[in-house]
Design a binder for this molecule. Structure first.
Ligand SMILES: [Zn+2]
Length: 305
């Protein structure tokens, strides 16, 4: 009897693991599974890159469970950069599933006419937040501040999400897409033609957000680019009138892929995790900004590379 139960449990665990692995393939910006007991079955987990810190802009399951039937409707038509993107989709943040780490070519992107979304200071930068990755840049706003469109283009998404709150994604003629999240009010609709400098919405703190700010992203074929590579956030202008985009802009993806995360299980100690991962306690403390006295809660994720 017990063997049968064990078999069932093992099969279930395997199915769960496969399901998680498949989900992780959906998109580099996939969501974090909240049920840590599922993760316990594998004990070692590679980094699931998400779009946020603890209190903002991680993409939730709902952002990935939207049917993509609408792709079929849009095989023709005049959408910005349609030759490049091939598809037009008004729900999913990144329906393109493109990997650019090894892109062979350099692409020239015209940045002329750039308009800064809100002239205010950066409150959180693009990059690692502990083991998570922040794919945008946060700009301080007051609730109700006007948020402006960066380049000419067409609104692709304007809706509410649990994580982004009210947000807008605009596809631009130059091939970039820009995201504006946590807005308090939207003034545009999908497929609306917009100009650089046009009002898209009001700044706010909707979705997973700890206070009013604009979460701003610049993406190419769905893959985030460090906004600092394009924009000078001191002068609110672009560094240059052309961006020569190449594989080096996506080197950060390699850094993310190197990272491994240990999910704390019942009975785990720092010493035990150190033995199992082969990483010293000191390194574990440094990577996770903890001390040997920190209590390790079950389900907590610790970087070990
Ligand atoms: Zn952000």
């Amino acid at each position: 009897m017990q063997t049968l139960m064990l078999k069932r449990f093992l099969i279930f665990s395997l199915l769960v693991f496969v399901a998680i692995a498949v989900q992780a393939q959906v998109d580099t910006l996939t969501f974090e599974k909240p049920d840590t007991t599922l993760i316990d079955t594998t004990s070692v987990q590679t980094l699931i890159a998400i779009d946020d810190d603890d209190d903002e802009t991680s993409l939730d399951e709902e952002d990935y469970n939207i049917p993509i039937d609408s792709l079929l409707i849009y095989t023709e038509g005049e959408f910005p950069a349609h030759k490049l993107y091939k598809i037009w989709q008004t729900n999913q943040v990144n329906p393109y599933d493109v990997r650019l780490v090894d892109m062979p070519d350099t692409v020239a992107i015209n940045l002329a006419g750039y308009c800064h979304p809100i002239r205010n200071v950066v409150t959180s930068n693009f990059g690692f937040r502990k083991w998570r990755y922040h794919y945008g840049i946060d700009l301080r706003v007051k609730r109700g501040d006007s948020i402006f469109c960066s380049f000419d283009g067409m609104v692709r998404i304007a809706r509410y999400s649990k994580s982004y709150g009210y947000f807008v994604i605009v596809r631009h003629y130059n091939g970039l897409e820009t995201t504006y999240a946590h807005l308090s009010k939207l003034f545009v609709k999908p497929e609306q033609i917009v100009k650089a400098g046009e009002l898209l919405g009001w700044g706010g703190s909707t979705g997973r957000s700890s206070g009013p700010h604009l979460h701003y992203e610049l993406r190419y074929l769905g893959v985030p680019i460090n906004p600092n590579d394009i924009v000078d956030f001191q002068t609110y202008t672009t560094h240059d009138s052309t961006l020569y985009l190449n594989a080096s802009h996506f080197d950060y993806v390699k850094e993310i892929e190197k990272i491994r995360v240990w999910t704390v299980r019942k009975g785990d100690t720092l010493g035990g995790i150190s033995r199992k991962t082969g990483v010293s306690i000191n390194t574990l403390c440094r990577l996770n900004n903890i001390t040997t006295k920190t209590i390790l809660k079950i389900g907590r994720k610790l970087r070990y590379t």
